[in-house]
Design a protein around this ligand. Structure first.
Ligand SMILES: Cc1cc2nc3c(=O)[nH]c(=O)nc-3n(C[C@H](O)[C@H](O)[C@H](O)COP(=O)(O)OP(=O)(O)OC[C@H]3O[C@@H](n4cnc5c(N)ncnc54)[C@H](O)[C@@H]3O)c2cc1C
Ligand code: FES
Length: 240
């Protein structure tokens, strides 16, 4: 993990409030890890946690949705501008534990950390992507996934409904998910019923990102853990 000033190579809008930013970085990154990102003009004080969406030679890519001050400011960065990147942080997904047939389930902007994972898993992984209405980044998943299912709540693209209703859990050795808590909670319950391993990437508000402030506590069966340092990926068996 390191703090660097990194030059933005691309930052483009790909859907309503959804941006893709690439920036210079070289070093090892596990899928599911994240960076604390800050602009250099001090327009916001605390860096914001954003997951690694993809990694290419000397470049890391983030997929993010504008929510407030920080992400809106980041969305104005242009190629050549410099950002502060602190990371990679967190545990990420343990690809060695993901053996056999894997379902990768993303909801909305929760798909962000799953692309780099599926790129590593390849055809052993099926992608299930759920969106409210507007669909993005699915062609990239299509390149690597064994199969793909797109579900939108309003039926504007793919099948209409909730992505959780279209997964045959009994087909899988493990399920990996990131998205709204309600979606992940349904998936954890279904995995429990079907005796399938389940790994979730949790989101908490984060101030330091390195395990010091204890602002991102997650209750687990073995006590309180820090989402930034012990997570953000947890096995559902651990979570209360
Ligand atoms: C480990 C981790 C990885 C993340 N990866 C991504 C990613 O890949 N792409 C992406 O778009 N977002 C990601 N997020 C969420 C992202 O960090 C927040 O959206 C961002 O910090 C909001 O900052 P802001 O200054 O734009 O909004 P603020 O002005 O700080 O807040 C605007 C609104 O967003 C809410 N909010 C802020 N932070 C969070 C949070 N962490 N969780 C839930 N609600 C929040 C606030 O309550 C408020 O309603 C991730 C969060 C974590 C913890
Ligand atoms: S954000 Fe400070 S301990 Fe996790």
């Amino acid at each position: 993990m390191k703090v660097i000033k990194s030059k933005v190579t691309e930052n483009k809008s790909i859907a309503n409030r959804i941006f893709k930013l690439s920036s210079e970085f070289s070093g090892e990154i596990n899928p599911g890890q994240f960076f604390m990102i800050k602009t250099l003009d001090n327009s916001f004080l605390l860096p914001r946690p954003i997951s690694v969406n993809d990694v290419n030679k000397n470049e890391v890519t983030f997929l993010y949705r504008t929510e407030g001050t920080g992400t809106t400011k980041i969305s104005t960065m242009r190629p050549g501008d410099e950002l502060q990147l602190f990371g990679p942080l967190g545990n990420g997904f343990d690809v060695n534990k993901l053996q056999g047939k894997i379902a990768v389930v993303g909801g909305g902007i929760g798909i962000a950390p799953l692309l780099y994972l599926i790129k590593q898993l390849g055809k052993q992984a099926d992608a299930y992507l759920g969106f409210k209405d507007c669909v993005y980044s699915v062609d990239e998943f299509e390149k690597y996934a064994g199969s793909m299912l797109i579900v939108t709540e309003n039926g504007s693209e793919g099948i209409k409904g909730y992505v959780t209703d279209y997964i045959d859990y009994s087909k899988y050795d493990a399920v990996v998910t990131c998205g709204p808590e309600i979606m992940m909670s349904k998936i954890m319950n279904s995995c429990r019923e079907n005796n399938v391993k389940c790994y979730v990437s949790l989101e908490r508000r984060m101030a330091c990102g390195m395990g010091v402030c204890l602002g991102c506590t997650v209750m687990t069966k073995s006590g309180n853990k820090r989402a930034c340092k012990d997570g953000p990926v947890f096995s559902s068996e651990e979570l209360i």
